[in-house]
Design a protein. Structure first.
Length: 635
């Protein structure tokens, strides 16, 4: 740990009481090793960055998109700009566009080279070309090239006459594309919801998937901003597409609104569509939240109190099972519109998933009706300490507490064993950290000079096995900028929901974390010693790795009467050690005596691994063993 970090940690401790007991946000302190990368274009807004190792050098490049249509790739080794392009140039006749959608990355045709998938155009009222572009990594001086069959333009439905009629420009995308193998042919398809009142699906080569797009002829009268999630909810071996809409049964306006689950061929999954009381801007999260072994669907409702003439009723979170049936305890009711997207993760360490989401809208900068961050168990009960209102970091002239419209991120970014919640308040210029018990963290380092409008990402970018937090925003001059904070968590730290829609393929599907090193050691140690005999007693104990890779272990004793040989080492699967107890100081009592504790730890990359450290009690039975019986031993 360098001197700057020591000073920051000390200051953070002093700031703890300010965070908890004051409405005044603490002054953020930036470490010397935190990074600001200023880019030539306009700010990054709404679009969440993505990372991937394109050149396979062990470091991940950062991909970000700006509101001026500029796409950037930042070198993961040097943190310098590697490549940039005005995406509008890929559309004949277009000179500008808007990147509102988050960046998606995948190897679409499974040829070993990654693609960047970016949707552009924003709201149709901007009159900017809307479509989807796919770029393939080619390396060399070109770095990235337009993939064959791309771009694909959206349809022109809106933009003129107050947004109700075509304006001659393809409508844009405000949702984010998700990718998955919809048809089982081993390559990946792209699915996205458009402002052109359609749901789209293309093969990797730009050809439309049979049965798509879903449009008015199929009962979809309005599209929306909900990003599709992909998951095999019916266990047929292929992922289904789950997405919220602004669509209602014309002429059945004002209610209900539809949530869709579709097969890869565009047909409707049995039990769907389900109905909600208001429009669905929120992007769904998929995971087994009730522990029955089947995937469930969680999504919020509400946008701008859109109710098509009815009573606004978007203050809800819905949870359905794989057949479209509401789960017990759902929907839950909140204080404001739920336009944000949920994150799933095991906050309390009990083995099941919790649902985390903030409420409110991004333009509610003053006196918002809702400032809460919510967390529920799978049955709709509040997690202890929630709901709570996060204190904004670096809010400038904005209130200390504000709406929470941006999707939260769940990650043990600091390696302390607990999953923290990263959230950004409307009008805040920094990332607020909330502990899993609902208390604010004292860490206020994650600050930027301008308001943030998207979610962060937590990953190991530079290949040092330590985590970084990354987000796009703007510098003091309002130029596009990417911010990187060096963290103390490692690649083995739990990250159940490390970015918007869970992963860079933007599937929205919670997946069990990959195996990591895990310490295995007996829960207690017991010695037997026959009364009247002399000499020490010894036991052989095994340190085990219950996970993968390897870790460094160490065992120490609280009593000098217990010797350990060896006291440390490295283990991949199992390692033996011998415990030798000097029994002389302990009288014969014909009962168990507490001798002391062993402290057992396992560390990798300087951080404790799963189940480390642990305290193991040591006991001695000194007495007449012929009167003492064990299940398999009799003397």
């Amino acid at each position: 740990m360098n001197l700057n970090r020591i000073l920051i940690l000390s200051l953070s401790c002093l700031l703890f009481f300010v965070v908890i007991f004051s409405n005044t946000p603490p002054t953020p302190v930036r470490a010397a090793d935190d990074i600001e990368i200023v880019l030539p274009g306009q700010r990054i807004k709404e679009s969440a960055v993505a990372v991937a190792d394109f050149n396979k050098d062990g470091k991940k490049e950062i991909v970000a998109g700006g509101i001026d249509g500029m796409l950037y790739v930042i070198n993961g080794a040097t943190y310098t700009l590697l490549w940039s392009k005005q995406i509008a140039n890929y559309f004949k006749g277009a000179s500008s566009t808007y990147i509102f959608s988050s960046i998606t990355i995948a190897d679409l045709n499974r040829d070993g080279r990654l693609e960047i998938i970016v949707a552009v155009g924003g709201t149709p009222n901007l009159h900017l070309v809307g479509g989807v572009v796919v770029l393939t990594y080619v390396g060399g001086s070109a770095q990235f090239a337009l993939a064959s069959g791309w771009p694909r333009r959206a349809f022109d439905e809106l933009g003129a006459g107050g947004g109700s009629y075509p304006d001659g420009v393809p409508d844009g995308f405000e949702s984010t594309p998700a990718v998955g193998d919809l048809d089982g042919d081993k390559d990946l398809e792209i699915v996205i919801s458009g402002s052109d009142r359609r749901l789209h699906a293309w093969h990797h080569n730009g050809k439309r998937v049979a049965g798509w797009p879903i449009d008015r002829s199929r009962g979809l009268f309005r599209g929306g901003m909900s990003s599709p999630a992909l998951a095999d909810i019916d266990r047929d071996g292929l992922p289904e597409i789950m997405v919220g809409t602004y669509s209602y049964p014309v002429p059945g306006c004002p209610n209900p609104y539809f949530f869709l689950a579709l097969n890869g061929n565009g047909s409707v999954v049995p039990g769907f569509p389900t109905q909600t009381s208001e429009v669905i801007r929120s992007s769904p999260a998929i995971g087994d939240i009730n522990g029955d072994g089947w995937l469930d669907i969680v999504v919020g409702t509400g946008d701008w109190n859109e109710s098509c003439g009815g009573i606004p009723d978007g203050k809800k979170i819905y949870a359905w099972d794989h057949r479209g049936r509401l789960l017990p305890g759902w929907p839950t009711v909140t204080k404001g519109n739920m336009a944000s997207s949920p994150a799933l993760g095991d906050l309390d360490g009990d083995g099941d998933l919790e649902v985390v989401i903030g409420c409110g809208l991004s333009y509610q900068l003053n006196n918002p009706p809702c400032t809460e961050l919510y967390a529920w168990h799978g049955d709709g009960r509040n997690v202890a300490g929630f709901p709570m209102s996060p204190l904004s970091v670096n809010p400038g002239s904005r209130p200390a507490y504000n709406a929470q419209p941006f999707p939260p991120v769940l990650a043990d970014y600091d390696g302390d064993g607990a999953i923290e919640i990263m959230t950004i308040g409307a009008g805040a210029g920094g990332i607020s950290i909330v502990k899993p018990n609902g208390q604010m963290s004292s860490d206020v380092r994650h600050a930027t000079p301008r308001i943030l409008h998207s979610s962060p990402l937590v990953d190991d970018i530079d290949g040092d096995n330590l985590l970084e937090t990354v987000i796009g925003g703007a510098n003091v001059a309002n130029k596009a900028a990417v911010y990187i904070w060096q963290e103390t968590g490692t690649i083995y730290s739990r990250r159940p929901w490390p970015m918007f829609h869970h992963d860079v393929a933007r599937t929205g599907l919670y997946s069990a974390p990959p195996p990591v090193p895990q310490l295995g050691f007996p829960a207690e140690v017991r010695f037997l010693h026959q009364q009247g005999t002399s000499g020490p007693e010894s036991l052989t104990i095994t340190v085990r790795n219950l996970g993968i890779d390897q870790f460094n272990w160490q065992v120490t004793s609280s009593t000098p009467n217990l010797q350990i040989n060896p006291g440390s080492g490295t283990v991949s699967s199992a390692a033996a050690l011998q415990l030798v107890l000097n029994t002389t100081p302990y009288p014969a009592t014909n009962s168990w005596q507490f001798i002391g504790n062993l402290t057992v730890s396992g560390r990798a990359f300087g951080q404790h691994i799963v189940s480390s450290p642990r305290t193991v009690p040591v006991w001695l039975y000194h007495g007449q063993l012929q009167h003492y019986y064990l299940p398999l031993v009799r003397k």
